[in-house]
Design a protein around this ligand. Structure first.
Ligand SMILES: Nc1ncnc2c1ncn2[C@@H]1O[C@H](COP(=O)(O)OP(=O)(O)OP(=O)(O)O)[C@@H](O)[C@H]1O
Length: 231
């Protein structure tokens, strides 16, 4: 589905991703974990094209996307929910969702009903400003906007950050539904271990720009948690 081959990325002289190779299983929900600053967000941004690579290659469903610019990667099938959600606070909910339409290959001009079925609150608040929504509602809007592009692969960067526990549970349910019922391949960055265990099929542990362990979630043992996650 998604193959990352020997990715290297630098911020100036700081070597952030180091020969990072990884294969994401099609149809799986993969959770990327690691302590603060190990390069998780940078990795997401390299996949979406928002950060340039120094070397390495990216393949999506057999297609080499390494040199495709960021604005075309959504059309290539990558949906992205960035850290901090990054919705447009002064635009309405509907206008925020419509931004996703621009990336569609089929030229659709209306928001698919699926979005309102998944997130009924967005339909109720269609004409409210994005900035007036609660954190949890904004997260639903950010996921909705990514889904409007009709992705095959959905990347989510810390979707539960700063969200109330009851809403965190609902977001987990939505992610599982998107993955298991709708068939999207999901990759998420997550710091909360119980949430990761609940939604994830596979785990990836990162440390200092490298993948140090990965495999089925049920194999993520306490030794690895202690070594790479506990602060
Ligand atoms: N735009 C930037 N310019 C320079 N350095 C950066 C930039 N963005 C991130 N970094 C640095 O690169 C390293 C990796 O950052 P990144 O945000 O990818 O880590 P992360 O694992 O996602 O962390 P967190 O869990 O805190 O979000 C960190 O040392 C960070 O300070």
């Amino acid at each position: 589905m998604l193959t990352l081959d020997k990715l290297n990325q630098f911020y100036g002289s700081s070597h952030t991703l180091k020969d990072l190779s990884l294969t994401i299983r099609p149809g799986a929900c993969t959770v990327i974990m690691g302590r603060n600053g190990v390069g998780k967000t940078t990795l997401m941004q390299c996949v979406t094209g928002l950060q340039a690579l120094k070397s390495g290659s990216l393949t999506l469903s057999g297609k080499d996307i390494t040199n495709i610019p960021a604005e075309e990667r959504a059309a290539a099938g990558i949906g992205y929910v960035p850290q901090g959600r990054q919705i447009f606070p002064l635009l309405s909910v509907e206008e925020n969702l419509r931004i996703g339409l621009r990336a569609r290959r089929d030229g659709l001009k209306t928001i698919p009903d699926l979005i309102y079925e998944l997130f009924p609150v967005l339909k109720e608040m269609l004409h409210r400003r994005g900035g007036d929504l609660s954190g949890g509602q904004q997260q639903q809007l950010a996921i909705g906007r990514a889904l409007v592009t009709q992705p095959e692969l959905l990347l989510l960067d810390e979707p539960t950050e700063g969200i109330q526990p009851n809403v965190v549970h609902d977001i987990g349910t939505i992610i599982t539904r998107l993955n298991k019922e709708i068939g999207l391949t999901v990759v998420l960055v997550e710091q909360k271990l119980p949430f990761a265990r609940r939604v994830g099929d596979d785990y990836v542990l990162m440390d200092r720009g490298e993948v140090v362990a990965n495999g089925p979630m049920e194999d993520l043992g306490e030794d690895l948690v202690r070594q790479y996650l506990t602060v």
